[in-house]
Design a protein around this ligand. Structure first.
Ligand code: URA
Ligand code: SF4
Length: 216
């Protein structure tokens, strides 16, 4: 059993279950208070997907709908992600999808909860969960969605705009690739830009599908 910690400075590493399985990790992370975000979010949104997946996708943090449902990438960005995966011929059910940070960070704007970027302390505090997910899933490739995930995995110098779609060797998995975050496509200033960005996103995912085709 994971022990409950009331301190917000405890480490996620202290909550690690002895037997690393996706259900045991999810249960342990439900009690995590390793950073202050547990106070803001409704619940821990752990990753979901197949236990052994070739591809592990990493987003930034859950959004409003993810916070309410407890599932990653189910809101507007998740729906666009699903559509793009289908267009690239990747079956989401055969992948694993998670986030760098597992609680929704937000600030109120009127009646809405507006997403706020996680900071370096929160990203570091949550890292043991991501590393444990990677240890169980053992992906061939980790795909960072957006700059927060890319920089957490590939270093602060990493530039998604310049280095998207390239495969990098890593200690976490044989390869890491980064692409844009689906919500950046939703934020495109006009329809034409949005269509273009969507096509580029699908192109990155198609490249991924091609490179991993013998392992999917
Ligand atoms: N954005 C993310 O980065 N992750 C989610 O799960 C949803 C939106
Ligand atoms: Fe724990 Fe991560 Fe939630 Fe912080 S964001 S409380 S480290 S699960």
């Amino acid at each position: 059993m994971a022990t409950r910690k009331s301190s917000s400075t405890s480490s996620a590493a202290d909550l690690m279950p002895k037997q690393l399985t996706l259900p045991s990790l999810k249960a342990a992370a439900a009690d995590c208070k390793a950073c202050d975000l547990w106070k803001k979010g409704t619940q821990t949104v752990f990753g979901e997907g197949r236990r052994r997946s070739t591809i592990l996708f990493v987003g930034e943090q859950p959004g409003n709908e993810e916070d309410l449902t407890g599932k990653p990438f189910v809101g507007p960005a998740g729906r666009l992600f699903d559509e793009a995966l289908a267009a690239a011929g990747i079956d989401r059910k055969r992948t694993y999808v998670t986030n760098v940070v597992k609680h929704f960070k937000w600030e109120p704007r009127g009646k809405r909860r507006i997403h706020k970027k996680p900071n370096a302390i929160e990203i570091k505090a949550c890292r043991p969960w991501l590393e444990a997910e990677v240890a169980v899933v053992k992906p061939q490739v980790i795909v960072a969605l957006g700059a927060t995930a890319a920089q957490a995995l590939l270093g602060p110098q990493f530039r998604v705009t310049k280095q998207r779609g390239e495969f990098f060797e890593s200690t976490l998995a044989p390869y890491i690739m980064a692409t844009v975050h689906p919500s950046s496509i939703l934020r495109a200033p006009d329809d034409e830009t949005r269509r273009l960005e969507y096509r580029q996103f699908v192109a990155d995912l198609k490249k991924l599908a091609r490179v991993m085709s013998d392992k999917l």
